[in-house]
Ligand binder design. Structure first.
Ligand code: GLN
Length: 401
């Protein structure tokens, strides 16, 4: 049945849901499986999670932690999260007042947006963006305003005047994702301070997705915007264990918020999901309590994977630069695909079917698909053999005639 047929019946999907498409990232994973292609599309590791997190969860199940935990998070996990933010970022977080454990950072984001946004409010979103933020804004009734991030030899950056112009009296929140998916940008202190000043001037919130907080390269340090002067009371910090501990399927994330906002987030979270998986919360608490050394090593391991994928991509003819953080690279496909509407999607599909490598078409990361038509995103949380095999296949790509 076509979408139009569905929409024209009384029992079709809601107008809200009609306004966005299914996730292209997940679709590319399905396509990769269908064609037995190497999946550099959806960002998840193809290597094992560390034993210490697995053992702690196994033990929790053995000890019969099988029923609902406290809705907003097992006390041990909320305590571990609060202690970690204090220890690493000197950020005061109280487990009982500020922390809501959710089913992944994904649920933390949507619960937050539903909790703080009203119809008619606006959000500011950097573009290219992680594809959830658009639908998340629509589901919460707000209107997103997009501000471009542009690549330059010095990295991806935004124009300060363009960002300032996106704020107005209706702006309720800016969504920041640093380290950034898909660009690999790590926002600098000066940039975050500029954003802070805008938030203060317009009385707006910063909602910050920091899920890649431990994956930064070349000596960069993660800086939560909540720790800047004046931001603690207007920031919701979102993160989780998925990327740090290679457990994307566990669905354990969190939102840290000032108490009044945390109460709203907790209500939404409660009615959406009741709670995150109880024994996995115990595993996550253990990993956070004992994972500082592991976290320090993580960036080095990812730097090696970055080196294994990105320079070979450049050599194969993709137009890209080394990401500063996270585990994605946006690659220009000008050399391989004629520019035009849908060129990225056609290229990505061809790449799965004919080359055996899956990436995500650039248009998934833009509100106007044309802006991403000459890009594809690859991810590299993969074993050496996987990355090498992908590179060997991509090297055989013929330039367009
Ligand atoms: N964050 C990952 C990505 O961008 C996974 C997305 C997802 O499927 N939740 O690929």
């Amino acid at each position: 049945m076509s979408a139009t047929t569905i929409a024209s019946t009384r029992h079709g999907v809601s107008h809200r849901v009609e306004n966005f498409t299914e996730s292209v990232i997940r679709e590319m994973t399905r396509l990769a499986m269908e064609h037995d292609a190497i999946n550099l599309a959806q960002g998840f590791p193809d290597f094992a999670a560390p034993d210490f997190i697995k053992e702690a969860a196994i033990q929790a199940i053995r000890e019969d932690v099988n029923q609902y935990s406290v809705t907003w998070g097992d006390p041990a996990l909320r305590q571990a999260i609060a202690a970690k933010y204090q220890r690493i970022y000197h950020m005061p977080v109280e487990p009982d007042r500020h922390v809501t454990v959710c089913c992944g950072a994904t649920e933390a984001m949507i619960s937050t947006l539903i909790a703080v946004l009203n119809p008619g409010d606006e959000t500011v979103i950097f573009e290219p963006f992680y594809e959830n933020y658009g639908p998340d804004s629509i589901l919460s009734g707000a209107q997103p305003r997009f501000v471009p991030l542009r690549p330059s030899p010095a990295g991806w950056s935004f124009d300060r005047d363009e960002l300032a112009a996106a704020f107005n009296a209706r702006t309720r929140a800016i969504i920041i994702n640093t380290p950034n998916n898909p660009t690999g940008k790590v926002f600098t202190r000066a940039e975050l301070e500029y954003i802070r000043d805008l938030c203060v001037r317009w009385d707006a919130l910063a909602i910050t997705d920091e899920i890649y907080e431990h994956i930064l390269y070349d000596g960069r340090q993660h800086l939560p915007i909540a720790t800047l002067d004046g931001m603690q009371e207007r920031t919701i910090t979102i993160s989780g264990v998925s990327k740090t501990f290679s457990v994307t399927g566990w669905r354990i994330g969190w939102a840290l918020a000032p108490e009044a906002l945390a109460n709203g987030i907790r209500k939404v979270h409660d009615f959406l999901t009741v709670g995150a998986p109880a024994p996995l919360q115990i595993g996550a608490a253990h990993a956070i309590d004992h994972g500082d050394e592991y976290c320090r090593r993580l960036a080095g391991e990812y730097a090696a994977r970055r080196a294994r994928l990105v320079p070979p991509l450049q050599a194969a003819g993709f137009n890209c630069q080394l990401p500063e953080g996270a585990y994605y690279v946006i690659a220009g496909i000008e050399r391989f695909a004629e520019p035009g509407d849908g060129a990225d999607t056609a290229f990505a599909r061809r790449l799965v079917r004919e080359t055996g490598v899956a990436g995500v078409p650039g248009s998934s990361f833009y509100h106007d698909p044309r802006l991403g038509q000459s890009q594809i995103r690859f991810c590299f949380p993969k074993q050496d053999a996987t990355l090498d095999a992908a590179v060997a296949r991509l090297r055989r790509l013929a330039p367009r005639r």
